[in-house]
Design a protein around this ligand. Structure first.
Ligand code: F6R
Length: 618
């Protein structure tokens, strides 16, 4: 978490760094700060709050904005509460060095005590101020250059970091380094300017050439010179790969929508199509996925598949469990990455681990991958962010082509993850003949219709808005589903709680009798998925049980349903498809419902409190 944005070159740095921070606010937004170097002094502005609050401060004094070197930060607090002092950037004791940092220095307390003994004082409670003073102390004691001092200091810290460091006495260079947290370097024409950021979005309109540092690498960025990258733990030089960015500006802007979340909800028909385009060839009745084809023997002979993920991605993993077991008859376990990594799991080289992550940077998922690899398992990644840590750490994988997801609440990432996982399940099912050619072809034909069906389903927006206005003041909500739609119930509840702060729980519909039924009264809205093929009669009985206890029913049903309509307080219809594909549809009304409730409650939809888009700390 936390976003870093920096610039060194010939343009005014302020607007570049500030706009960069705005694009990175999804990574953290409890405080923000910026340092602009005007050729003589480093001008620091920082505050608790958002980048817009920071702008109020800098707007008071235009002088603070002048200079062609700048470094900014948007924070998600780990060490030290969000306040002005703990905001980044942080100066060293002498005021000569400045740093912005994303990550955690675990042994900061020991280092801090040692630095205090040596006369250092600390203004903030952060681990970052400890790191910049350590760099200063090393530089002084060793009499070395900034780059060397950063390297030596990093070799004595434990933790995770992406850092950008600037030394006033060397005003043509910035040092950056990474371990566990991402950092990208944008290279301007003829190396006359450079951009540094947590992802490439802050500099996409200036350059398409980017270097993504690998773990344990640092880079010395000097105006007019080629970027020099070397290992942190030795001096070996690394030839960096300069990647061509495919991201465009309009992908990371709101494009007329009020919020990123609603824009991203509406992007789903395209995102799903982009995800299966070129992979699903309906006319030829094949799925082309080289990452599966190249490893097909491993998949087909695997003892089991273990899926690791967090949050919404974990819900997509649960859908995949139902899909893969049903279509390919391969045993699947789904684990929270945070539990898996610490519970001594039984895993062998006959297992396949599928790691699912939108950001590709989630610390727990990354750690679970490393554990699985150490036990000899083959690890396959399903990621959205190209070149992310998880995409690089896995043996093989497939991207979800959702495009940048900026709203903190995941929407199109979820449906595109399910799309990829459905393709995998179908491909495996066809390969081991668990699915007949007829079944396979039928699924492809139905799958092809999904984007158009999602588009049509988005037309229920007004109806969902009306339902939202009825239930927006509820204190608690239940979400129920069965089979393929049980994970959708979990996801619906998560969407509601994370952006509207209403307590919501998802349950398998039949489990209701074993506890949650006690909660039901006339004030309890219950959102039930009752599609026509998924244990329909059983779910109808569950609905009856709720009704006889005065609960309010909002049901998602298949077009043409009559039975549930008679009992439910509200019904939302989804188009007809195979039951295994319904999660791609049933989730849409829940996304819209959470969005509208949060808007009606005047919550910050895109940046809900306490959350961050990319959870790079455990
Ligand atoms: C919820 C949400 C989170 C993420 C989780 C994993 O809307 O976005 O629960 O799904 O933090 O993130 P990724 O998928 O980036 O690993």
């Amino acid at each position: 978490m936390c976003g870093i944005s920096a610039y060194i070159g010939f343009r005014e740095a302020y607007p570049i760094v500030i706009n960069g921070l705005k694009r990175l606010e999804y990574r953290g937004y409890d405080s923000a700060g910026i340092m602009i170097y005007d050729g003589k002094k480093m001008q620091l502005s920082k505050t608790k709050g958002k980048v817009s609050d920071l702008e109020l401060i800098t707007d008071e004094d235009e002088q603070r904005k002048i200079g062609t070197i700048g470094m900014g930060h948007t924070r998600w607090a780990t060490h030290g509460v969000p306040n002005d002092v703990n905001s980044h950037p942080h100066f060293s004791e002498s005021g000569e060095l400045v740093i912005v940092h994303n990550g955690i220095i675990e042994n900061y307390d020991t280092i801090k005590k040692e630095l205090i003994k040596r006369g250092y004082t600390f203004k903030s409670d952060t681990d970052t101020e400890v790191l910049i003073n350590l760099i200063e102390e090393v530089k002084k004691v060793e009499g070395c250059k900034l780059g060397k001092a950063v390297q030596l200091a990093l070799n004595s810290v434990v933790g995770a970091y992406a850092i950008s460091v600037f030394d006033k006495s060397k005003p043509n260079e910035i040092i950056v380094a990474r371990l566990g947290s991402p950092i990208a370097i944008g290279i301007g024409k003829d190396s006359k300017e450079f951009f540094v950021a947590s992802d490439a979005s802050p500099f996409v309109e200036y350059t398409k050439d980017a270097i993504y540092l690998e773990d344990e690498e640092m880079a010395i960025i000097k105006i007019g010179k080629k970027v020099k990258v070397h290992k942190i733990n030795d001096d070996s030089l690394v030839e960096p790969t300069v990647q061509k960015l495919k991201m465009s500006l309009d992908q990371i802007e709101k494009g007329g929508y009020d919020h990123f979340m609603i824009k991203e909800i509406h992007e789903q028909p395209k995102a799903i199509t982009d995800t299966f385009r070129g992979r699903m060839l309906v006319d030829q009745s094949i799925i082309k996925m080289s990452s599966i084809e190249e490893n097909i023997e491993k998949f087909l002979s695997a003892d089991k598949i273990i899926i690791v993920a967090c949050g919404t991605s974990w819900h997509a993993g649960l859908v995949a469990e139902y899909l893969i077991e049903d279509m390919a008859r391969i045993p699947v376990e789904v684990e929270y990455a945070s539990e898996f990594r610490y519970r001594n799991p039984i895993i062998t080289n006959k297992d396949i681990v599928i790691a699912i992550s939108q950001s590709g940077e989630t610390a727990d998922t990354l750690a679970a991958i490393k554990l699985a690899k150490s036990k000899g398992a083959f690890v396959y990644g399903v990621c959205n962010v190209v070149g992310s840590s998880i995409a690089r750490e896995t043996h093989s994988g497939a991207y979800t082509h959702a495009g940048p997801e900026i709203g903190v609440a995941s929407t199109k990432a979820f449906t595109t993850q399910i799309t990829v996982l459905t393709l995998i399940a179908l491909k495996l099912g066809k390969a081991n003949k668990s699915l007949s050619s007829h079944e396979f072809k039928n699924y492809l034909q139905k799958m092809q219709k999904i984007p158009r069906q999602v588009e049509k389903l988005l037309e229920v927006d007004d109806q969902v808005k009306e339902i939202a206005s009825v239930y927006k003041d509820s204190k608690n909500c239940l979400y129920l589903g069965r089979g393929f739609n049980f994970p959708v119930a979990l996801e619906g509840a998560l969407k509601l709680k994370e952006i509207s702060y209403i307590h919501a729980e998802g349950y398998p519909a039949a489990e209701m009798k074993h506890g949650p039924i006690a909660l039901i009264d006339e004030n309890m809205p219950i959102f039930v998925i009752a599609t026509n093929k998924g244990h329909y009669e059983k779910v109808v009985s569950n609905i009856q049980e709720i009704k006889s206890r005065s609960g309010k029913i909002i049901a998602i049903v298949t077009e043409g349903d009559t039975q549930v309509k008679e009992i439910a307080d509200h019904v939302i219809e989804i188009p007809e498809t195979e039951e295994a594909l319904t999660p791609l549809l049933t989730t849409i009304p829940f996304q819209l419902l959470s969005y509208h409730i949060a808007v009606m409650l005047e919550k910050n939809v895109d940046q809900p409190r306490n959350l961050a888009k990319s959870v790079t700390v455990e």
